[in-house]
Write a protein that binds this ligand. Structure first.
Ligand SMILES: C[S@@+](CC[C@H](N)C(=O)[O-])C[C@H]1O[C@@H](n2cnc3c(N)ncnc32)[C@H](O)[C@@H]1O
Length: 321
């Protein structure tokens, strides 16, 4: 079957090449031009596309993402299929992953695995800690669907924070997709300009309850002051035993993201990269010092790409309050 899967894959890949280019253009058009027209983030689409891909390749069950992806105006599921069909058929025939998406060994992740590995590691930490929590706060929620899937349960209060235009589009898209969101409190906030906790408290957040904060794919778009201030605010307003799960990026990764092409692409939708940590030497110590400097207690970590010569390009980190 493996040999057959290769033959079919190669034939399809060659036949689909022009269609894959069209598919890629369709996805890029929706992600960049439509996002720009709507005044919303393009980076949140990237994550949605990644989670949709994980679902259709049977890596991670996420029915809400599939429904949401069909209802948002700024991605193209048809385009994604045109790009991924050869790989999907290969996966279906052989039962193994090749190229993208794939589940790399820990530490051996490459940049192409970023979204997939990050999502799996975050899920893993969340499954361990969420049962002990009363509140779940998503900081910079984007199109995240964790509030509508396996983590949804009675007794867990959900809050999603995001910039107003992105949040308004998400709420409208959830409605169009028929995804039940009455259990979620949506709080619009700009971390750089507003006091997130003042708004959260006004909307029912209880600082005496144990809370899980998920801050995924956001710190790299903020500057160091906003990252540190947010951590200080969490420490000040969260009950003891609360947990934060966040990802931080290496300065090398941020430099790459500040390169001309990436910079211009992000600036197109008024986005930019900012905060990174110097992970080239002793990355564990660097992270520990950083977290402890904000009074946080380091927990489980996954350093992506740590087996490479240049050190990890990012970390998924759990830390306690
Ligand atoms: C790459 S997306 C990640 C979304 C989501 N966490 C996920 O994993 O699907 C980045 C998110 O960060 C949010 N964000 C970036 N800067 C922000 C700021 N200053 N205030 C609030 N949210 C911000 C964006 O609105 C966007 O939803």
């Amino acid at each position: 079957m493996r040999l057959l899967s290769w033959v079919v894959f190669l034939v399809l890949q060659i036949a689909f090449l022009p269609l894959a280019v069209v598919g890629g253009l369709m996805v890029t058009y929706k992600q960049m031009i439509v996002s720009k027209r709507l005044g919303v983030s393009q980076t949140m689409v990237e994550v949605l596309n990644g989670r949709w891909t994980m679902h259709v390749f049977e890596m991670r069950q996420d029915v809400a993402t599939v429904r949401l992806a069909h209802s948002v105006p700024n991605t193209s599921i048809f385009g994604l299929w045109l790009v991924l069909v050869p790989l999907w058929v290969k996966y279906k025939l052989s039962g193994t992953y090749f190229g993208y998406p794939r589940v790399p060994a820990e530490g051996r992740e490459g940049l192409g695995d970023l979204m997939i590995a990050r999502t799996l590691y975050i899920d893993r930490i969340m499954r361990r800690v969420v049962g002990d929590m009363d509140q779940f706060v998503l900081l910079g929620a984007g199109y995240d669907t964790r509030a509508y899937g396996e983590f949804k349960r009675d007794g867990l209060a959900f809050f999603e924070l995001d910039q107003a235009p992105n949040q308004e589009l998400k709420v409208a898209s959830l409605g169009r997709a028929g995804i039940e969101a009455a259990h979620v409190t949506f709080v619009s906030v700009d971390f750089s300009r507003e006091d997130a906790f003042e708004k959260l408290r006004a909307d029912g957040y209880d600082p005496t309850k144990k809370t899980l904060f998920l801050w995924e794919g956001v710190t790299l778009y903020l500057d160091v002051e906003d990252v540190r201030r947010t951590l200080r605010d969490v420490r000040k307003h969260a009950a003891s035993g609360s947990v934060v799960v966040a990802d931080f990026y290496s300065e090398r990764f941020i430099r790459w993201g500040s390169g001309l092409l990436a910079k211009k692409t992000l600036e197109y939708t008024d986005e930019t990269v900012g905060f990174g940590l110097p992970f080239t030497t002793d990355h564990e110590q660097i992270l520990q010092h950083f977290l402890e400097s904000e009074g946080m207690k380091p927990g489980e970590t996954f350093f992506l790409g740590s087996a490479g010569k240049k050190g990890p390009f990012m970390v998924v980190a759990e830390f306690g309050v």
